[in-house]
Design a protein. Sequence first.
Length: 115
Amino acid sequence: MAQNDWKSRLGVVYSSNPDFSYDTDGEREETTTLPPERQNLIISIDRKQRAGKQVTLVKGFKGLDEDLENLGRILKSKCGVGGSAKDGVIIIQGDFRDRLIPILQNMGYKAKRGN
């Protein structure tokens, strides 16, 4: 099914060769996670497309999805709220910018406030 994804082949000229296989140069998934001291995390707030509710975004994580989910789980438990972690972004429900910066810095991450 993934070979029939037409959106990844937009702009490609038609080939009459039945054995032709189009290779996409999509983003490669990270194979290792950078150590915390080399991670530059930006903590910001977002209200767009969330019915006026505030969420705190932690952006800039470079590494495996499992490590992102573990970090998100730790941050959610420290703040006592819900959220999610996907696509390199951790979403925490509510405005916890001031609380997350010292937590991340104590864990060894370079964290700064975005907005």
